[in-house]
Design a binder for this molecule. Sequence first.
Ligand SMILES: Cc1cc2nc3c(=O)[nH]c(=O)nc-3n(C[C@H](O)[C@H](O)[C@H](O)COP(=O)(O)O)c2cc1C
Length: 187
Amino acid sequence: MKAIDALINRVSIPRVGSELPSDSELQIIFKAALRAPDHAQLRPWRFLTISGDNLLHLGELFVKAQLQDDATLSNVAQVKAKSKVLRAPLIVVAIASLKEHPKVPEIEQMLSAGAAVQSMLLAAYAQDIGAMWRTGSMSYHPVVRDGLGVSQGEKIVGYIYMGKGESKARVPTQLVVEDYVAEWPSA
Ligand SMILES: Cc1cc2nc3c(=O)[nH]c(=O)nc-3n(C[C@H](O)[C@H](O)[C@H](O)COP(=O)(O)O)c2cc1C
């Protein structure tokens, strides 16, 4: 696939296929992430891969976090929280690993981590691997952060659900460029 095609047509796949990406496909995905623009080469990101039974452990962590907020959480809600992580054979946890730097504030490092995630999504799409960037309260909960070993200077920027097979990418609606781009100063 041409780079421009991927850039213009990438879409998220909410229901990804059940097959794991291969090691070589994952290498490409992470190599793409590691080429994100990065002011002062701080490498302000790291990634965790979660698959197989470990997905169930992640689901249990989500339930533990939600039970801490609401000890009366129903069994149905617990099962629902647990099963959410089984929507893909692989979840990549993208973490912004923020560094102290006199010229590179946190916002720039967060943007770099976000750019890394976008590059992962593009590299997945270009290899016919379904992917979707998700967050939600489980990205910010201290119980989940602890369980995943996320330290104080770090933030979970997303759970990237990935899988191949079955899933078919939709053709995205193209927005009108002129609605979002203007010459300055305007005429
Ligand atoms: C930081 C971030 C967090 C997101 N979290 C969620 C989420 O938790 N659940 C969800 O359905 N979509 C979430 N999205 C949006 C989807 O990843 C996706 O971009 C959106 O559904 C539009 O689909 P598209 O990427 O095919 O245009 C998030 C996007 C970003 C950038």
